[in-house]
Ligand binder design. Sequence first.
Ligand SMILES: *Cc1c(COP(=O)(O)O)cnc(C)c1O
Length: 388
Amino acid sequence: MKQQKPETKAIRTQTSRTEQREHSTPLFMTSSFVFDSAEHARALFASEAEGNVYSRYSNPNVDEFIQKMCELEGAEAGVATASGMSAIFSSLAGLLEQGDHVLACRSLFGSSHQILNGILPKWGITYSYGNIDQPEQWESLVQDNTRVLFLETPSNPGLDLIDLEWAGELAEAHNLILVVDNCFATPYLQKPMTFGADIVLHSATKFIDGQGRGIGGVVVGEEKYIEEISFFTRHSGPALSPFNAWMFSKSLETLPVRMDRHCDNALALAAFLEDQPQVEWVKYPFLKSHPQYDLAQKQMKKGGGVVAFNIEGGYNAAKRFLDKLQTLSLSANLGDSRTIATHPASTTHSKLSDEERAVVNITPGMIRIAVGLEAIDDIQSDISQALS
Ligand SMILES: *Cc1c(COP(=O)(O)O)cnc(C)c1O
């Protein structure tokens, strides 16, 4: 049979049926599994037989979710974790040793900064930041002990892009492990491994779940690196619950149709916002006015589900706008079926100083819209009444 498309595999990949002959994968809510005999137990522990032992190590729901993510990202192996942050921490902790150095983009997710500057230094692991708009400087930031290049594209909430092909070449030239947080794009829109990434990780909490129900994470990539990361997770324990794995695995069946709708709504909203007199600028990767529009076309299938804009009148105008919204939710999440408005400067990025925010283009009047799946007319009319 012809090789199936990843979208099909994300639907058809299934844990083996039980004797009930269920069509949809059931929930395997069990902490441990039984052995056939004392000899079977010995063989499983000695890795001479394959099978489940204990749900911190493996579980059918978790394995099905990992397998689907590997199909979608084009990866050999994977590990699932209890949250996006444990996916990031476990990857760095599994791959790095005392004395190593990480080169990261400055526009990382907030808690990723905390791991780099508040946690890893306790074990003698250092870092440097490269600015997203100055790729020419990154080469000089590579040190003899740099082991990992850690990126996020598109960036949150600025929606700037990093050229993944360029990053893959930089990593190759300096023998670095390229780790990409692909949470904003999802594998449906962007496949970092085709540009040379070694590890791709996600907060499954966002578009993978897609309905704002649960927290989880996943890491996929080259087997030799996944082995180091899964040694860390098996023994330090940030295991994904079977329930959340079951939910995420079901969600992946609808990822392409959901992402199409998120992206179509977001592009329409971005174009609408560009025409509003109270809006000073709009940032969306697939808008012609985006400075990296050509790069977006090259490495992404569509522009993603997040739009940023700046409202005239700064923080006070932004607050007034948020308080006037009726349909949209004020929340800190993204990738939900319900559209969410966020003010990054006073919430998700309030820990940064004014100067640090300025470097990553987070202005006092910036609003982030995580565009949901509602009818676009209803999203636009709520924003329109709040603007006026
Ligand atoms: C939300 C998010 C994370 C953290 O994920 P959790 O599931 O909340 O732990 C990491 N990276 C990005 C880009 C995110 O948006």
